[in-house]
Design a protein around this ligand. Structure first.
Ligand SMILES: C[S@@+](CC[C@H](N)C(=O)[O-])C[C@H]1O[C@@H](n2cnc3c(N)ncnc32)[C@H](O)[C@@H]1O
Length: 277
C-alpha cells in the first residue's frame, strides 16, 4: 500500500469511496452547483483540469453534460486513478487521467491555457501559503475567460461556527444514511472513523477560512470572486478571470439530474477500511 507524502493514504481512498455518498453533504447538489457555475454552453469546446479527481464522479458528470469538453483528471492515489479510468473509459480521448502530487509544481504545465480548473475536497491538504501560491499559479495559466471553482472544507473562525459545522455535518450524514440505505450503519461508520473534521481535527487536513481564500483569489488577480454555496462547513467558491458573464450555460436542473444518476452508480465492491486505525 502506498502513501502520498504527509497526507492521504490508499486506505483513505478505499474508506472515502465507501462513505462519500453519505458523508459528503448533498454531494449531487454540490456537483451540480460546480457544473452550473461553469461559464460554458453545453456544446462549447473547452478544456478543464480537475485537481484530486478521486473516483471520477464529477469528471463523469461534466463530460456527460458538456459534449465539447475535454478534461485532464489528476490524482495522487493509484486506487482512485484506477477507479476513475474504469468510470471514464467511455469518454475515450476526451479525458486523460494523470498522477500528481498537489504540493509540487511539476504538474502545473497541465494548467497552461486551460479554461477551467475544478477541485472537490482536495485543496484542504495544502497549508495557507501553498494555497496562495496555487491560486496565483492557476490564475496566471488560465485562459482569459477561465474559471477556478473549488468545493472544499473551510476553517471556522470562531468556536461557535465550529460547533455549528460539526453538528450540521453529523445531522446531514445521519439523514443521508437513512435516506440512502434505510439504516444508520453508514452514519455510525462516519462517527467511528472520526471523519467529521470539526469534531476530530487531523493534521493532514488544513482548511483555511473562506474569507482568507476569497482574499487570496482576489489578490491572485481573479476579477470576480465569491462563495456560491455553503452547508455544514463545506463551501463552493472560486474566481472568474473575466467580469462579463455567459448566457446559455448548463441549467441546474439538468446538472442535478446528471449528478444524481452518476451518484447512484456504485459499480465497485470495496473492502472496508479504517482511516484512523
Ligand atoms: C476526499 S477525496 C475527494 C475526491 C473527489 N474529488 C470527490 O470530491 O469525491 C480527496 C482526493 O484528493 C487526492 N489527494 C489528496 N491529497 C493529495 C495530494 N497531496 N496529492 C495528490 N492527490 C491528493 C486523494 O487521492 C483523493 O482522491
Amino acid at each position: 500500500m502506498t502513501t502520498m507524502p504527509d497526507s492521504w493514504s490508499e486506505s483513505d481512498s478505499e474508506l472515502y469511496q465507501d462513505i462519500a455518498a453519505v458523508a459528503v453533504p448533498a454531494r449531487a447538489e454540490q456537483m451540480a452547483a460546480l457544473l452550473t457555475l461553469l461559464p460554458f454552453k453545453p456544446d462549447e469546446t473547452f478544456r478543464v483540469v480537475e485537481l484530486g479527481c478521486g473516483e471520477g464522479l464529477l469528471a463523469q458528470t461534466l463530460l456527460a453534460c458538456f459534449a465539447g469538453a475535454e478534461l485532464v483528471a489528476l490524482d495522487g492515489s493509484a486506487v482512485m486513478r484506477e477507479r476513475a479510468a474504469e468510470r471514464l473509459t467511455t469518454f475515450g480521448p476526451r479525458v486523460r487521467i494523470e498522477p500528481f502530487d498537489l504540493a509540487s509544481t511539476a504538474w502545473l504545465p497541465h494548467l497552461q491555457g486551460a479554461d477551467g480548473v475544478i477541485s472537490s475536497l482536495c485543496l484542504h491538504h495544502l497549508n495557507a501559503e501553498e494555497k496562495q501560491a496555487l491560486f496565483g499559479a492557476i490564475q496566471e495559466r488560465l485562459s482569459p475567460w477561465g474559471v477556478f471553482l473549488i468545493a472544499d472544507l473551510i476553517e471556522p473562525q470562531r468556536p461557535e461556527a465550529r460547533t455549528l459545522f460539526a453538528a450540521t455535518w453529523d445531522r446531514i450524514t445521519k439523514a443521508q444514511s437513512l435516506a440512502q440505505t434505510g439504516s444508520t450503519a453508514s452514519f455510525e461508520r462516519f462517527i467511528q472513523t472520526e471523519w467529521n473534521h470539526y469534531r476530530f481535527p487531523d493534521p493532514v487536513d488544513q482548511p483555511s477560512p473562506l474569507f482568507d481564500q476569497l482574499t487570496w483569489l482576489k489578490a491572485a488577480g481573479f476579477a470576480v470572486v465569491d462563495c456560491f454555496w455553503l452547508k455544514a462547513g463545506h463551501a463552493i467558491y472560486g474566481g472568474y478571470k473575466s467580469r462579463s458573464g455567459s448566457t446559455g450555460t448548463l441549467s441546474f436542473t439538468v446538472a442535478l439530474q446528471a449528478a444524481q444518476i452518476q451518484n447512484s452508480t456504485k459499480p465497485y465492491n470495496k473492502p472496508a477500511g479504517n482511516r484512523k486505525s
